[in-house]
Design a protein around this ligand. Structure first.
Ligand code: PEP
Length: 266
């Protein structure tokens, strides 16, 4: 049975105080028994809010035993040095992060990230004992040109180059078709399943069938409480990377609940 991982990518939203309240509210709603014991739940606030969000989560988890884990939205490939504006994986680990999003399409689109830089960041995150959420996915132009699988294959080949192990408790892949992110045009369950199945077959070739079978593949792109159940019912969809709907504790926790129910573990 594969792990289910639902992660919230807050992007550049909320004030530090709002972030702490949001993290706390998520933990509170989950502690009411909504799937939290069977789903790994992660929140990824802006870097400036990590410590406060951690405090918000901790104030609830200590009472209830329900865990919401903390993630960052990026990490540099070096341990330290002259890299103005960057944050290292060891710094993130020090303040309580367990997860880091790597290679998000917004980083690729607006900040010049490439398959190669995403690979370097990924390797460092793994080396520091953090769990990466490695994002891949095609643009609309690429899908319309029937190049989606070619793009995914390249992103996996270069992006995971040098990774020694995948599987249970490690790296998570987020399939995020760029045309679905923040647009309201969610992939259909058929489109998601087809892509996820392809990703798993690629992982099987690059690593092993056993490792591929144990790897969590999230779907990301306009996931909401209304469509999460159908997407999560797909056999190769093991979780979600959620943007907009993670900014409201109610909708984020409803997605967690829908995910647990869709997998028959609610
Ligand atoms: C994302 O940013 O990873 C994402 C999936 O955003 P949204 O849910 O808003 O489409």
């Amino acid at each position: 049975m594969r792990e289910i991982v639902i992660a919230g990518n807050w992007k550049m939203n909320t004030t530090p105080f709002e972030g702490a309240m949001l993290a706390r509210k998520v933990a509170e709603l989950l502690s009411a028994g909504n799937g939290a014991t069977v789903v790994t739940v992660v929140v990824c606030p802006p870097a400036t809010h990590l410590a406060m969000a951690q405090a918000g989560i901790a104030s609830v988890t200590t009472e209830s035993g329900v865990k919401v884990e903390l993630g960052a939205q990026n990490a540099h490939w070096e341990h330290k040095g002259a890299f103005t504006g960057e944050i290292s994986a060891s710094m993130l680990k020090f303040i309580g992060c367990r997860w880091v999003i790597i290679g998000h399409s917004e980083r690729r689109q607006w900040f010049g990230e490439t398959d190669e830089t995403a690979n370097k960041r990924l390797l460092r995150v793994i080396r520091n004992g953090l769990r990466p959420i490695f994002c891949i996915g095609e643009t609309l132009e690429e899908r319309e040109a029937d190049r989606a699988f070619e793009v995914i294959e390249r992103q996996l080949k270069i992006g995971l180059d040098g990774v020694e192990n995948i599987g249970r408790g490690g790296l998570v892949i987020a399939y995020e078709p760029v045309w679905a992110i923040g647009t309201g045009h969610t992939a259909t369950p058929e489109q998601a399943q087809e892509a996820h199945q392809f990703i798993r077959s690629q992982l099987s070739e690059q690593f092993s069938e056993e490792a591929a079978a144990a790897t969590v593949i999230q779907y990301g792109g306009s996931m909401t409480p209304d469509n999460a159940g159908q997407l999560m019912a797909c056999p190769d969809v093991d979780g979600g990377l959620v943007g907009g709907a993670s900014l409201k504790a109610d909708s984020f926790s409803a997605i967690v609940k829908a995910a647990a129910e869709a997998k028959g573990r609610g």
